[in-house]
Structure formats: C-alpha cells, structure tokens
Design a protein around this ligand. Structure first.
Ligand code: ADP
Ligand code: MG
Length: 357
C-alpha cells in the first residue's frame, strides 16, 4: 500500500461540510505557493483523500460535495454483506431467479467476467460464499478462530462459482449456478477511484490525486512537477517513490493486514485462491501500475494469488507490465519497467522478477 501523496505542506485551512462521509475539506499551500484543495471521506472502511491542484476553491468545494454523494450511494450499492442492491442480487442468484439490474451493475458484471477470464480465474468476484465461509465479510480484523473445515471449503470449490455462470438478458440478470455470490471487495476501491477520477475530469479538473488508503489514481501534475507518491513496504515501511505520468493508477493488494488468526496463532490472509479455496500465501503484497484503477485493483489481487511462480500469466492476461511482488522478507521483485520507475528507499532490495523476458 501507499502513503498519502506529498501534498501536506503548509498550514491546512479546514472547512467542515455537513455529512456522514465527508470528514474535512482544506486548502493546503505548498512552499511553491500553489494551493491544493483537499477533502477526506471515510468509505469502504478506508480513508479516501481527494486532492485538486491548480483548482478554484469554490469549484473544488462543489466537486467535493458531489463526490460525497457518489461515495455514499456506492457504499450502499456495492456492499457485500450489508443490505442493498448487491444483496438483493445475491439472494436472487441463490434462489435461481432473475432480477432486474441497472446499467451500472450490468457493466460491472461484464467487466468482472472479462477480468476473471483474463486473470486465469485468480481474480474471481463470484466467490462471495467462500469469502463469507472464511469470515471475511467483516470490517473487524483480525477475524478470530480456527479456519473452516477442509470439507466445507472443498464443497464450495467443487461447485466452481464463476462470473461466467451469470447471464444477462436485457436488463435481467440471473445465475445458472446457485453457488455464485457476488463480492466486489477486490475491486470496490478501484471502482470508486475511477468514478471520482471520471467525474473530476468531466467537471474540468485537470490535476488531481484520489488516494483510497494508499491505493490511488492521479492525473495531471502537482504544480509544475509530477505527483510523487510513496509506496509502502510491508516490513520496512517505505519501499520507495514513483512519479505519476499523465494519468495512472497505482494499487497494492496485501496479504498481511487482513487475516484470520487461529488459536494456534496461525494466520490465514483474506485473499483467497479461488482454485483451492484457501488463502493465497506465496507473497505478502503485489503492486501494479495501470491506466485505470479497476484493472489495477483486480490485477493486484490476482497477482497475490499468482505469486512469483505464476505472475506472468496474470501480467500477460491483463496486459500489465509495471508491477512488483513483495515476499515475506520484504524483498521486492519488480518488472523491468517498474525497476525503471521505482526510486527505492535506502536499504530496500529490488530483484528482477523470476523468468522475466
Ligand atoms: P486489499 O486492498 O485490502 O489488500 P484486495 O483488493 O486484494 O484487498 O481485495 C480483497 C477482498 O476481495 C477480500 O476481502 C474479499 O472480499 C475479496 N477477495 C478475496 N479473494 C479474492 C479473489 N481471489 N478474487 C476476487 N476477490 C477476492
Ligand atoms: Mg484488489
């Protein structure tokens, strides 16, 4: 994961707007005297920070209010285990009935079908039942208790829930497999970040960074220089920094912060290999740069499942060339293009990815 962008210089001027999610709005002035308008929200269990450079303050405040509304409805619509649109769909899938869905849902289902296929089934948002079985439908980590029984896991896996089981017929959606349950936890942040970026661009903002707990998309520049972001390393703190080019998303999936802790102290992390039903434990984290946040988010999750042995299948499938994996010693295995871009922090070891062309 990444830390906040380096825009917190100068004295923030805070202005609170009413509302559940919007925590604060402030204008930050850097040493170059370029104001950055800044807002913070709390959604999906994560702090989302939006920073706008070279923007009019009033325009910014208006945009921040709009973003708050967007996040609020996304939170309700896409939640995997609270009542809402997704839960209605999941109930229909389990009952084998068709349900009306709007274009937003249909578009996300179609994109996820492609992402599952291109990631070789490593990213699979149809495994909601498996995620629930492991107890990961919670915001309270660590989850405590022994893992599910091997038989219960095997039962889920044997029914092979897949996005490919979902059929769309005009505005109706249904699943041919009652074991399919949607869980967009692996791309919720990416979806939200893209939506905010799209909205800001449409509203005419040219320089922005949207940072969701270290996963981010940025476009334009911070004054006359690129947005520079810090990438965190699970063990040593900061892995290094990356300068953003034009419009890019940088996402990390980690298998070290959210996990189940068994009575014997064994940890079972929250990213599950859909092929085995068991948590993916080959690497600690995966970081990806991609053109949009949804793909970056899905790819990072799929790369944690793939690990060092299978990383290339995911990279080729999803057309990702700038990535790194972090092993349990904190060693970074980076692709060639990532090695050219990541400015490593002192003492951080960077190796080539195994078998890279
Ligand atoms: P984080 O950003 O917290 O590291 P991810 O983006 O990797 O998380 O998403 C992890 C979440 O995605 C899990 O909590 C679960 O809801 C869901 N999930 C777990 N395994 C998979 C998988 N193989 N494919 C798709 N979604 C998954
Ligand atoms: Mg993800």
């Amino acid at each position: 994961m990444l830390t906040a962008p380096a825009v917190r210089t100068g004295q923030p001027r805070r202005l609170r707007l009413a509302g559940l999610l919007l925590l604060a709005v402030s204008a930050l002035v850097s040493c170059h005297n370029d104001p950055v308008q800044h807002a913070e929200y709390f959604v999906f269990g994560t702090l989302v920070e939006v920073s706008l450079a070279q923007a009019d303050e009033q325009d910014a405040v208006q945009a921040f209010t709009q973003i708050q509304d967007m996040l609020q409805s996304m939170h309700q619509d896409w939640h995997a285990w609270e009542p809402g649109r997704l839960q209605d769909i999941n109930q229909a899938f389990a009952a084998g009935t068709a349900i009306e869905a709007d274009n937003d849902v249909l578009a996300l289902v179609r994109r996820s079908q492609t992402l599952e296929q291109l990631s070789g089934g490593r990213f699979n948002p149809a495994i909601g039942r498996l995620v629930a079985l492991w107890g990961f439908h919670t915001s309270d980590y660590p989850v405590l208790g022994p893992p599910p029984t091997a038989a219960a896991i095997e039962q889920q896996v044997s029914h092979r829930p897949s996005m490919a089981d979902i059929r769309i017929d005009a505005s109706l959606i249904y699943s041919t497999n009652p074991w399919v349950q949607l869980d967009f936890g692996g791309i919720a942040k990416g979806l939200a970040v893209d939506r905010i970026a799209d909205y800001l661009k449409e509203a005419g903002f040219r320089h922005a960074i949207i940072n969701a707990g270290g996963d981010l998309r940025a476009f334009g520049q911070r004054a006359s220089r690129p947005w520079r972001i810090a990438v965190r390393n699970p063990l040593s703190g900061v892995a290094g920094s990356i300068d953003i080019r034009q419009d890019e998303a940088v996402f990390t999936s980690g298998n070290y912060e959210r996990y189940r802790l068994a009575p014997d102290e064994r940890r079972y992390p929250h990213i599950i290999d859909p092929r085995s039903g068991w948590p993916a434990e080959h690497v600690m984290a995966a970081t990806v740069i991609a053109a949009d946040a949804l793909v970056a988010d899905a790819a990072a999750t799929a790369l944690v499942v793939a690990g060092l042995a299978e990383w290339r299948e995911v990279a080729d499938g999803l057309a990702i060339d700038t990535l790194f994996l972090t092993d349990e010693n904190g060693t970074i295995y980076a692709s060639k293009t990532m090695r050219q871009r990541l400015q490593a922090a002192p003492g951080v070891r960077i190796e080539a990815l195994p078998g890279e062309r």
